[in-house]
Design a protein around this ligand. Structure first.
Ligand code: BG6
Ligand code: MG
Length: 219
Protein backbone atom coordinates (compact mmCIF):
# COMPACT_ATOMS: atom_id res chain seq x y z
CA UNK A 1 0.00 0.00 0.00
CA UNK A 2 1.22 3.50 -0.82
CA UNK A 3 1.76 5.55 2.31
CA UNK A 4 -0.26 8.77 2.20
CA UNK A 5 1.16 11.54 4.38
CA UNK A 6 -0.35 14.65 2.79
CA UNK A 7 -3.39 15.72 0.79
CA UNK A 8 -3.11 18.81 -1.40
CA UNK A 9 -6.30 20.54 -2.54
CA UNK A 10 -6.91 22.84 -5.47
CA UNK A 11 -9.44 25.56 -4.54
CA UNK A 12 -11.56 26.65 -7.53
CA UNK A 13 -13.75 23.70 -8.57
CA UNK A 14 -12.63 21.45 -5.70
CA UNK A 15 -13.46 23.30 -2.46
CA UNK A 16 -15.88 25.81 -4.03
CA UNK A 17 -17.52 26.28 -7.42
CA UNK A 18 -15.98 29.64 -8.26
CA UNK A 19 -15.79 28.72 -11.97
CA UNK A 20 -19.28 30.24 -12.31
CA UNK A 21 -18.05 33.61 -10.99
CA UNK A 22 -14.97 33.54 -13.25
CA UNK A 23 -17.36 32.79 -16.12
CA UNK A 24 -19.72 35.67 -15.27
CA UNK A 25 -16.82 38.14 -15.10
CA UNK A 26 -15.14 36.94 -18.31
CA UNK A 27 -18.52 36.94 -20.11
CA UNK A 28 -19.15 40.51 -18.96
CA UNK A 29 -15.77 41.54 -20.38
CA UNK A 30 -16.40 39.68 -23.66
CA UNK A 31 -19.82 41.32 -24.02
CA UNK A 32 -18.30 44.74 -23.35
CA UNK A 33 -15.74 44.02 -26.09
CA UNK A 34 -18.58 43.07 -28.45
CA UNK A 35 -18.61 39.27 -28.57
CA UNK A 36 -20.25 36.39 -26.73
CA UNK A 37 -18.54 33.85 -24.52
CA UNK A 38 -20.27 30.52 -23.89
CA UNK A 39 -20.13 28.24 -20.87
CA UNK A 40 -18.57 25.65 -23.14
CA UNK A 41 -15.73 28.08 -24.03
CA UNK A 42 -15.24 28.64 -20.30
CA UNK A 43 -14.04 25.01 -19.87
CA UNK A 44 -10.75 26.04 -21.51
CA UNK A 45 -10.11 28.58 -18.74
CA UNK A 46 -10.31 26.21 -15.78
CA UNK A 47 -7.07 25.94 -13.83
CA UNK A 48 -5.39 28.39 -16.20
CA UNK A 49 -3.77 31.63 -14.94
CA UNK A 50 -5.53 35.00 -15.23
CA UNK A 51 -3.41 36.34 -18.11
CA UNK A 52 -3.54 33.07 -20.07
CA UNK A 53 -7.32 33.04 -19.57
CA UNK A 54 -7.47 36.52 -21.09
CA UNK A 55 -5.36 35.40 -24.07
CA UNK A 56 -7.77 32.49 -24.70
CA UNK A 57 -10.77 34.84 -24.39
CA UNK A 58 -9.31 37.38 -26.83
CA UNK A 59 -8.52 34.61 -29.29
CA UNK A 60 -12.19 33.53 -29.18
CA UNK A 61 -13.21 37.16 -29.86
CA UNK A 62 -10.49 37.47 -32.51
CA UNK A 63 -9.15 40.64 -30.89
CA UNK A 64 -5.59 41.89 -30.32
CA UNK A 65 -4.43 44.34 -27.63
CA UNK A 66 -1.12 45.69 -26.36
CA UNK A 67 0.36 44.26 -23.16
CA UNK A 68 -0.65 47.40 -21.25
CA UNK A 69 -4.24 47.20 -22.49
CA UNK A 70 -4.36 43.52 -21.61
CA UNK A 71 -3.29 44.26 -18.03
CA UNK A 72 -6.13 46.81 -17.81
CA UNK A 73 -8.66 44.30 -19.19
CA UNK A 74 -7.51 41.59 -16.76
CA UNK A 75 -7.76 44.08 -13.92
CA UNK A 76 -11.28 45.04 -14.92
CA UNK A 77 -12.36 41.39 -15.03
CA UNK A 78 -10.75 40.82 -11.65
CA UNK A 79 -12.62 43.74 -10.05
CA UNK A 80 -15.94 42.21 -11.16
CA UNK A 81 -14.80 38.77 -9.99
CA UNK A 82 -13.85 40.16 -6.56
CA UNK A 83 -17.30 41.78 -6.33
CA UNK A 84 -18.88 38.33 -6.81
CA UNK A 85 -16.62 36.39 -4.43
CA UNK A 86 -16.91 39.06 -1.74
CA UNK A 87 -20.52 37.95 -1.34
CA UNK A 88 -19.67 34.24 -0.91
CA UNK A 89 -20.65 32.40 2.29
CA UNK A 90 -19.70 29.04 3.87
CA UNK A 91 -22.88 27.63 2.30
CA UNK A 92 -20.96 27.56 -0.98
CA UNK A 93 -18.40 24.99 0.21
CA UNK A 94 -18.95 21.95 -2.02
CA UNK A 95 -20.73 18.93 -0.45
CA UNK A 96 -18.57 16.59 1.65
CA UNK A 97 -15.45 18.79 1.63
CA UNK A 98 -15.44 19.75 5.32
CA UNK A 99 -16.24 16.21 6.53
CA UNK A 100 -13.47 14.76 4.35
CA UNK A 101 -10.86 17.26 5.57
CA UNK A 102 -11.88 16.65 9.19
CA UNK A 103 -11.57 12.93 8.56
CA UNK A 104 -8.05 13.44 7.16
CA UNK A 105 -7.14 15.43 10.27
CA UNK A 106 -8.38 12.59 12.50
CA UNK A 107 -5.95 10.36 10.57
CA UNK A 108 -3.01 12.77 11.07
CA UNK A 109 -2.73 13.65 7.38
CA UNK A 110 -1.06 16.97 6.50
CA UNK A 111 -3.28 19.27 4.47
CA UNK A 112 -2.35 21.98 1.97
CA UNK A 113 -4.19 24.29 -0.39
CA UNK A 114 -2.49 24.80 -3.77
CA UNK A 115 -4.26 27.28 -6.03
CA UNK A 116 -3.33 29.35 -9.07
CA UNK A 117 -5.62 32.12 -7.83
CA UNK A 118 -4.40 35.40 -6.44
CA UNK A 119 -7.83 35.70 -4.78
CA UNK A 120 -7.52 32.53 -2.68
CA UNK A 121 -7.19 34.42 0.63
CA UNK A 122 -10.43 36.35 -0.03
CA UNK A 123 -12.33 33.16 -0.86
CA UNK A 124 -11.00 31.25 2.16
CA UNK A 125 -11.97 34.16 4.42
CA UNK A 126 -15.49 34.33 2.95
CA UNK A 127 -16.10 30.60 3.39
CA UNK A 128 -14.30 30.57 6.75
CA UNK A 129 -11.87 27.78 5.83
CA UNK A 130 -8.38 29.31 6.17
CA UNK A 131 -7.74 27.38 9.39
CA UNK A 132 -8.30 24.00 7.77
CA UNK A 133 -4.95 24.08 5.95
CA UNK A 134 -1.47 23.55 7.39
CA UNK A 135 0.02 25.26 4.35
CA UNK A 136 -1.49 27.62 1.75
CA UNK A 137 0.30 28.21 -1.56
CA UNK A 138 -1.65 30.48 -3.89
CA UNK A 139 -1.13 32.54 -7.04
CA UNK A 140 0.74 35.21 -5.08
CA UNK A 141 3.47 32.70 -4.15
CA UNK A 142 4.23 31.04 -7.48
CA UNK A 143 5.58 32.22 -10.81
CA UNK A 144 4.76 29.19 -12.98
CA UNK A 145 1.19 28.20 -13.88
CA UNK A 146 -0.17 24.64 -13.88
CA UNK A 147 0.68 22.24 -15.60
CA UNK A 148 4.02 23.35 -14.15
CA UNK A 149 4.32 21.48 -10.83
CA UNK A 150 5.66 24.48 -8.85
CA UNK A 151 2.53 25.09 -6.73
CA UNK A 152 2.36 21.43 -5.61
CA UNK A 153 6.10 21.04 -5.03
CA UNK A 154 6.13 24.20 -2.90
CA UNK A 155 3.18 22.88 -0.88
CA UNK A 156 4.89 19.53 -0.24
CA UNK A 157 8.13 21.24 0.61
CA UNK A 158 6.47 23.52 3.17
CA UNK A 159 4.64 20.55 4.67
CA UNK A 160 7.96 18.68 4.82
CA UNK A 161 6.49 15.69 2.93
CA UNK A 162 8.10 13.99 -0.09
CA UNK A 163 6.01 14.19 -3.31
CA UNK A 164 5.57 10.40 -3.47
CA UNK A 165 3.55 10.53 -0.23
CA UNK A 166 1.20 13.28 -1.50
CA UNK A 167 -2.23 13.01 -3.11
CA UNK A 168 -3.47 15.99 -5.13
CA UNK A 169 -7.19 16.74 -5.58
CA UNK A 170 -7.88 18.63 -8.82
CA UNK A 171 -10.76 19.45 -11.17
CA UNK A 172 -8.72 20.81 -14.10
CA UNK A 173 -6.84 18.96 -16.83
CA UNK A 174 -3.88 21.34 -16.34
CA UNK A 175 -3.95 20.60 -12.59
CA UNK A 176 -3.91 16.82 -13.00
CA UNK A 177 -0.95 17.22 -15.39
CA UNK A 178 0.79 19.42 -12.79
CA UNK A 179 0.34 16.67 -10.17
CA UNK A 180 1.77 14.09 -12.58
CA UNK A 181 4.69 16.44 -13.30
CA UNK A 182 5.25 16.76 -9.53
CA UNK A 183 5.35 12.93 -9.33
CA UNK A 184 2.43 12.94 -6.90
CA UNK A 185 -0.68 10.77 -6.84
CA UNK A 186 -3.92 12.41 -7.87
CA UNK A 187 -7.69 12.21 -7.63
CA UNK A 188 -9.75 14.08 -10.21
CA UNK A 189 -12.98 15.80 -9.23
CA UNK A 190 -15.27 15.65 -12.26
CA UNK A 191 -15.66 13.10 -15.04
CA UNK A 192 -13.44 10.45 -16.64
CA UNK A 193 -14.26 11.93 -20.06
CA UNK A 194 -12.51 15.20 -19.21
CA UNK A 195 -9.93 14.06 -16.62
CA UNK A 196 -8.52 11.24 -18.75
CA UNK A 197 -5.11 11.25 -17.06
CA UNK A 198 -6.39 11.05 -13.46
CA UNK A 199 -5.40 8.09 -11.28
CA UNK A 200 -9.01 8.07 -9.99
CA UNK A 201 -12.02 10.29 -10.62
CA UNK A 202 -14.82 11.08 -8.17
CA UNK A 203 -17.83 13.27 -8.88
CA UNK A 204 -17.80 14.87 -5.40
CA UNK A 205 -16.50 14.38 -1.85
CA UNK A 206 -19.91 13.19 -0.67
CA UNK A 207 -19.56 9.77 0.99
CA UNK A 208 -15.79 9.92 0.43
CA UNK A 209 -13.34 9.36 3.29
CA UNK A 210 -9.73 8.49 4.11
CA UNK A 211 -10.43 4.74 4.07
CA UNK A 212 -11.87 4.96 0.55
CA UNK A 213 -8.83 6.97 -0.52
CA UNK A 214 -6.39 4.44 0.93
CA UNK A 215 -8.17 1.60 -0.85
CA UNK A 216 -7.68 3.42 -4.19
CA UNK A 217 -3.96 3.41 -3.70
CA UNK A 218 -3.46 -0.24 -2.76
CA UNK A 219 -1.25 -1.49 -5.55
C1 BG6 B 1 -7.62 29.03 -10.99
C2 BG6 B 1 -8.91 29.04 -11.78
O1 BG6 B 1 -7.79 28.40 -9.76
O2 BG6 B 1 -7.19 30.39 -10.76
C3 BG6 B 1 -8.74 29.81 -13.07
O3 BG6 B 1 -9.29 27.69 -12.06
C4 BG6 B 1 -8.24 31.22 -12.76
O4 BG6 B 1 -9.97 29.86 -13.76
C5 BG6 B 1 -6.95 31.15 -11.94
O5 BG6 B 1 -8.01 31.95 -13.96
C6 BG6 B 1 -6.42 32.52 -11.54
O6 BG6 B 1 -7.33 33.11 -10.67
P1 BG6 B 1 -7.32 34.63 -10.22
O7 BG6 B 1 -8.34 34.66 -9.09
O8 BG6 B 1 -5.94 34.94 -9.71
O9 BG6 B 1 -7.71 35.47 -11.38
MG1 MG C 1 -9.57 24.13 -10.12
Amino acid sequence: MIKIKACIFDLDGVIVDTAKYHYLAWKRLANELGFDFSENDNEQLKGVSRMTSLDILLEIGDLTFSQEEKLELADKKNQWYVEYISKMTPDEILPGVVDFINNLRDNNINIALASASKNAATILKQIDMADYFDVIIDGTKVTEAKPNPEVFLKSANELGVEPKYCVVFEDAVAGIQAAINAEMHNVGIGTHQILTKSDYVISSFEDFNFDTLRKYFIK
